[in-house]
Design a protein around this ligand. Structure first.
Ligand code: 3UK
Length: 545
């Protein structure tokens, strides 16, 4: 039996069977971690040992935590969870709240205690929380007081959730009050490098939530890949990002990456494009992590809110249109670093340095990862031909007790569900989510390609292109368009947009139907819910037929 510190072996027991696991590769020497590894101890006790104790780790609304303070508070949380609640290593702990220093403290406390963290977005409601509690068999929760209501409902309907405590509320029974009773020292539980440390539920634009399981070593691996080879983060950096810590994009960018190198992170609860720019300016942030959507919005405002300290900008979560890359370069002077990541892979695996940026392309596999494009049989397709993106590296997909494991992982490769091609220069070029390919009158049309063209029209703020049923052609290309403020919805504009597409790309790709809407439906993580518009187009088409 392999070593584990988990007394409660639920996570290990529900890993995919060995023959359904992706292949893991550790060709970079920095990814050879010791067999016993607690990633929170490696980050925090490690930071103190490296002499960073007095450096600022986290900047919050009215608080700054040094590495030493963060470590001490995490130690108190770990003691509370083990000593007062009697939890044992391997038990699952749900965390709930917007990004705040205390949320980060609870993450590190639970991890130091050898528990399995299930971080959830503050927007989730009882129904979604119930599903997560049942699926991950969660017995304890730490929750931001201001988001107590839905968790109370879940605690009532899920008796399994026996322990609940609140922070950021200041009452007598708060987590902070319990912490104050605890010594500031704690020997982190000596977990195995391959003990599960977190279950991240996919933001999933469709379907039932899937829990992805990640090991202690995975958390360090993501810190030692993209941030070092590609982003080139240093201890003088100050990170800021919009994604919640419950989304692994945010966990990496706004917490683990900066702490791995002795840098600082700014954790505020929520941002508008304007408040984000103001915060970057006031707090002298140097690296941003957010979505293409947010960069487009900030680009409109940046002339009035200059941010001279900012020097690196990471875009992920959805495809970066070439127009957005250009807009951000023109307005901020900075070349965006685009990167594709996935909850299953924990973080970014294809990206590029600023010097190697290529408009319209995501980049190349980052050092430590391999990628290829395959057909439905799993055979590599010729260069230039679109196919399914397959990746492998030090991290990979391990669904918690889920039959969909064999869809995501085939022959040791992780299939992300994206259609890509490799261009003449070896760059990976995003085409569409595999289910966003529109087949119209026999032509294969990638919705995002048409979107990219529409976005270049001066009247278009945002758009989504989907297939809509059509009695003659089977499916036609339909665009849902949000126009820029002050632009009228008119038939002339429809014709103009159609001509614009016909004049820019192969005319058969033009949207035969265009509908104006006021905003795009988005998920909690800011991704466009294409399926909502796909369904809407489908329903509308059926009524017409
Ligand atoms: C899409 C992209 C094109 C793609 C994520 C960075 O987005 C993250 O995780 P999710 O599980 O979604 C994964 C899917 O999102 N996608 C993400 N980034 C890009 N498509 N270009 C991109 N740059 O369809 C992928 O399969 O929500 C992103 C880090 C951690 C993450 N979890």
């Amino acid at each position: 039996m392999a070593y584990t510190a988990h007394v409660d072996t639920f996570a290990r027991d529900n890993l995919p069977p060995a023959d359904q696991m992706p292949e893991f590769i550790f060709e970079l020497p920095e990814l050879h971690y010791p067999d016993r590894l607690n990633c929170a101890a490696a980050l925090l006790d490690g930071a103190i040992a490296r002499g960073w104790g007095d450096r600022i780790a986290i900047i919050g609304q009215n608080v700054r935590l040094t590495y030493r303070e963060l470590n001490e508070q995490a130690n108190q949380v770990a003691r509370f969870l083990l000593e007062d609640w009697g939890l044992v290593p391997g038990n699952r702990v749900l965390l709930r709240g917007p990004n705040t220093p205390m949320l980060a403290v609870t993450w590190f406390g639970a991890v130091k205690a050898g528990l399995v963290v299930v971080a959830t977005m503050a927007m989730l409601r009882e129904k979604e929380l119930n599903e997560i509690v049942q699926k991950a068999q969660i017995t304890a929760a730490l929750c931001d007081k201001r988001f107590a209501e839905e968790l109370h409902k879940t605690a009532q309907s899920q008796p399994m959730l026996a322990h609940v405590c609140f922070f950021n509320g200041g009452d007598a029974d708060s987590l902070e009050a319990h912490m104050a009773q605890k010594p500031i020292t704690f020997n982190a539980v000596e977990t195995a490098a391959d003990d599960v440390v977190a279950i991240a539920f996919t933001s999933g634009t469709t379907g039932k939530p899937k829990g992805t399981m990640h090991y202690h070593r995975d958390m360090l691996a993501i810190c030692d890949c993209f941030p070092k080879s590609t982003l080139k983060i240093t201890m003088d950096d100050r990170c800021i990002g919009t994604p919640p810590l419950a989304f692994t994009f945010g966990l990496g960018g706004s917490l683990l990456f900066p702490l791995r190198v002795g840098a600082s992170t700014i954790l505020l609860e929520s941002y508008t494009p304007e408040s984000m720019l103001n915060t970057i300016r006031e707090m002298q942030a140097t690296i941003t992590f957010t979505s293409p959507f947010f960069y487009r919005k900030m680009a409109e405002l940046i002339a009035n809110i200059p941010v001279p300290t900012l020097h690196k900008c990471v875009s992920a979560g959805e495809a970066l249109p070439a127009a957005t890359r250009q807009l951000w370069k023109d307005t901020s002077g900075i070349d965006l670093i685009d990167g594709i990541g996935a909850t299953e892979m924990l973080h970014i695996f294809i990206s590029h340095t600023e010097a190697d940026a290529k408009a319209g392309a995501t980049g190349k596999p980052i050092p430590g990862y391999h990628a290829k494009i395959v057909d439905f049989e799993g055979n590599e397709v010729p260069q230039g031909q679109p196919g399914r993106l397959a990746v492998k590296g030090p991290t990979g997909c391990r669904y918690l007790a889920d039959a969909r494991q064999t869809i995501y992982v085939q022959n040791g490769w992780n299939l992300t569900g994206d259609t890509y091609l490799i261009d003449v220069d070896g760059y990976f070029v995003y085409q569409a989510r595999s289910d966003d390919m529109i087949i119209s009158a026999g032509y294969n049309i990638a919705g995002p390609e048409v979107e990219e063209v529409l976005m270049r029209h001066p009247a278009v703020a945002e758009c989504v292109v989907v297939g809509a049923p059509d009695p003659e052609r089977g499916t036609i290309v339909k665009a849902y368009v949000v126009v820029k403020p002050g632009t009228a919805h008119s038939d002339e504009l429809v014709s103009q947009l159609q001509d614009h597409v016909k004049n820019t790309i192969a005319p058969y790709k033009y949207p035969r139907a265009i509908e104006f809407i006021t905003e795009l439906p988005r998920t909690n993580t800011g991704k466009v819910q294409r399926f909502v518009l796909r369904d809407r187009a489908w329903q509308a088409g059926k009524q017409q037929a």
